[in-house]
Ligand binder design. Structure first.
Ligand code: AMP
Length: 419
């Protein structure tokens, strides 16, 4: 053990769990690749102003959770707390919005929020995200939700629900906002919530406290105030989802914690996770591009939490892929044998057979222990007498059966045994 520990709210990924992590990330990306989404990678930090403007000044993320600092050169930067604003920034910077639309992108990486750590909530976490930029089409909203559902199906996750809502657009949302504000002003709310009601009243709907929820019993809902265009749009999204066999529940109070959403919003919630129940979420953000100084670019996207998805899979008892084992483990006895077997191992690997080697001078007993630990199917054991006779011992580790085979054809022999 060293003097140092991973910082609070973070954890290391190590074998064998790290293999599960990679497999989950891969499974989330697979449906996106099949649907024409291209990979995007942006820096781990951005100008602080991008998130202030993009995510919203009154959000928890911006007010409490950002890792922001001033660089040696005086730049104000922030470790990315989310991936939508950076992806959109990158697409606009490269003028992708002037080519064929929509531009469909996916990403995978680390995100940082200074949160109060608890199970499923970390200060450093991992997301896979998808963004479809530059098209206002209910089929695109449906596509992106279906792709997330397909990713979860591929992983074998079952006990989750999709919550769906529409937050309206720039026509009907302001009218609703005013109606909601009037209602909230009549309630008995604490100072902070009252302030929130003035800056971003929709977020009060999301307040988890009983004392607030009780008072929200008769609250006016966005669903009842949608304009004709938003209502028709939302109906079409629902129809397409249903036709695709993707079940969802309407949740008229779903608002999500970021300010940029318009129209379609959704969340994937899992019941086996306790309080941090959202495994993923997203929605349409038609105004975000303009908020960060770009042209009008209606878009839709989501982010799925890799860490929380793994917790959800575990809570359902889903069998998760473990670390790959090597096929062959080489145990040389003596210097000449080391050279010969090292060469064999290199050749095997180049031919696509996974192989490892007993490094360090462990002696036969120690080396065989390493071979067992590696999980390899076969150990190759080569001693001086074997070299003299032109043979090598092949031991099947599970059964303990050992046979002597010609050293010259060992690669072919192993390929045959492993086929
Ligand atoms: P959000 O951008 O907040 O909607 O987050 C999207 C998804 O990322 C969530 O549904 C979680 O699965 C995951 N996520 C967000 N914040 C955290 C966190 N602090 N720790 C772990 N996962 C997180």
């Amino acid at each position: 053990m060293s003097t140092f520990q991973s910082p609070k709210g973070t954890f290391d990924l190590l074998p064998p769990d790290s293999a599960t992590f990679l497999a989950v990330r891969e499974a989330m990306a697979a449906p996106l690749k099949r649907a024409g989404y291209g990979y995007v990678e942006t820096p781990a930090f951005e100008d602080t102003a991008l998130f202030k403007r993009g995510v919203g000044k009154s959000t928890d993320i911006v007010t409490k959770e950002m890792y922001s600092f001033t660089t040696q050169g005086g730049d104000e930067v922030t470790l990315r707390p989310e991936g939508t604003a950076p992806t959109l920034r990158a697409a606009l910077q490269a003028n992708l919005d002037r080519g064929g639309l929509p531009v469909k992108l996916w990403y995978s990486g680390s995100f940082y929020r200074y949160e109060k750590p608890q199970a499923g909530r970390y200060r450093h976490f991992s997301q896979v995200g998808a963004e479809a930029l530059g098209a206002e089409d209910p089929a695109l909203d449906a596509e992106i939700i279906i792709l997330a559902a397909d990713a979860y199906a591929e992983l074998g996750l079952r006990e989750y629900r999709i919550l769906l809502n529409s937050l309206g657009d720039k026509e009907c949302r302001p009218v609703y906002r005013a109606t909601l504000q009037d209602f909230l002003r009549g309630l008995d709310l604490d100072e902070e919530t009252r302030k929130r009601a003035e800056i971003n009243p929709l977020r009060v709907l999301d307040d988890k406290r009983d004392s607030v929820q009780k008072q929200l019993a008769g609250v006016p809902l966005m669903a009842d105030s949608l304009c004709g265009a938003c209502k028709a749009y939302h109906e079409e999204v629902r129809t397409l989802l249903t036709a695709a066999g993707v079940a969802f529940a309407d949740d008229p109070k779903l608002v999500r914690g970021l300010d940029y959403y318009t129209r379609t919003t959704f969340e994937f919630v899992h019941d086996g996770l306790g309080s941090q129940s959202a495994v993923g979420g997203g929605g349409r953000y038609d105004g975000l591009s303009e908020m960060i100084g770009g042209p009008a670019l209606p878009s839709v996207g989501w982010a799925l939490g890799v860490d929380r998805t793994i917790l959800a899979l575990r809570s359902e008892g889903v069998e998760l892929p473990g670390a790959d084992r090597v096929d062959v483990f080489a145990v040389p006895l003596g210097d000449e044998a080391r050279r010969r077997l090292f060469e064999t191992v290199t050749e095997l690997r180049r031919l696509g057979v996974s192989a490892d080697f007993a490094y360090g001078n462990k002696g036969l007993k120690g080396a065989m222990k390493s071979a067992d630990r590696s999980g390899a199917r076969f150990a190759l054991i080569l001693g001086e007498r074997d070299i003299a006779e032109g043979v090598v011992q092949v031991k099947e580790l599970a059964s303990g059966e050992q046979e002597t085979v010609p050293l010259s054809g060992i690669v072919t022999t192993l390929q045959g045994k492993l086929a």
